[in-house]
Design a protein around this ligand. Sequence first.
Ligand code: PLP
Length: 440
Amino acid sequence: MERSYVIKPELGKTYPQVSHGKGIYLYDVAGKRYIDGCSGAVTASIGHGIEEIAEAMREQALKVSFAYRSHFSSEAVEELGAKLASWAPGELNWSFFVNSGSEATETAQKIAIQYWQEKGRPTKTRMVSRWMSYHGITMGALSMSGHVLRRKRFVPLLADYPTISPPYPYRRPDGMSLEQYASHCANELETAILRVGPDQLAAFIAEPVIGASGGAVVPPDGYFQRIREICDKYDVLFIADEVMTGVGRTGEKFGMDHWGVKPDLMTLGKGMSAGYTPMAATMATDAIIDTITRGSGLIMAGHTYSANPQSAAVSLAVLRYVEAHHLVERAAVQGAYLLKKLQELAEEIPLIGEARGLGLLCGLEFVKEKKTREPFPLSKGVANQVIAKAFENGLLVYPATGGLEGIAGDSIIISPPLTITTEEIDELVELLKKTVMQVQ
Ligand code: PLP
């Protein structure tokens, strides 16, 4: 084709056209093969070209693809809701279906505000979040996100919400144990709540493992348990953003399961439909939904495509596939192997400051000086150089540099499909090693 009229991520750059995918591999129309080392945007978590999903898609399309949620429910939607309720921790039994992680975050924000209104506490409208975080690209979601690169053009339009520090073990103060650090960071939430006033605050939102703005930053044990206690103490809802970590990615069904912490609201996206269709959800507890049911009886959120039968059938087929192939357990085992290999790489290559991760959500942080952990200036674009070189070499990895100049380093995410075999991990790491050596 001579000329493109499609707005691409980088205007003026030519992107190869994808032809097809199978398992962990994608192929472009010129026949070049790529290892999908990041499942696209940590999304294609059951791999490409799965026949069962195509079959479920066709079956539902022949029945009905779209029926508006104000008119009908459907078997697919009901079964998906029931499946998620059986998977989710605690009383998180209710699903509000949307189409992207950003919509899920906005819906959680709205449900939290509405919950307090229905409880007769209408001043509780603000959110607390962490300055190293990403919760979505729309204005409400961006207001809660610390991702500087994605925020900076729109700051005047964003809500002025308080933020706290996330635990970032690699860069914790010297001499502080992980245990001390966990409560040190969690206690910042209490300080923020007291400073702003609990009567102003509806909810606190956090990713179980920091993704796009940090590169698989795993919190120390005890952190989220303490966060839960603080939220309970001050009547602040806890929203777990599981858009990236949910549905098995970290080796448990949901990231919070690692610490046995039960959120009040939970967002899902990405792996929930594994890239086979746009689908996301905000899950809420019985207590929240009972309150709203007894009050106005109507959640003021939703989109045209919310809860459409077609996407629900696809997502249900994905969750069944994850169960049938034990992909949650597999993510834990293969993730441990991948992390070990990445840590070996980090030992060997000076450019890699740290290899970290949980399950099959792994990250590498690049540093100028390994010993001091000094980050590169972001203008040098080291992570972007690695990503570009990897692409040339036939390997896809995901950017995770949040634009926090001088505070955080350049990072990438390595998060292949949960179906990846040990041999395929070896192949991925070999290619990654070659790539990083070419950049350094
Ligand atoms: N929340 C988290 C943790 C994410 O990683 C993302 C996307 O990367 C989002 C929300 C936004 O999801 P989407 O891009 O589907 O709107």
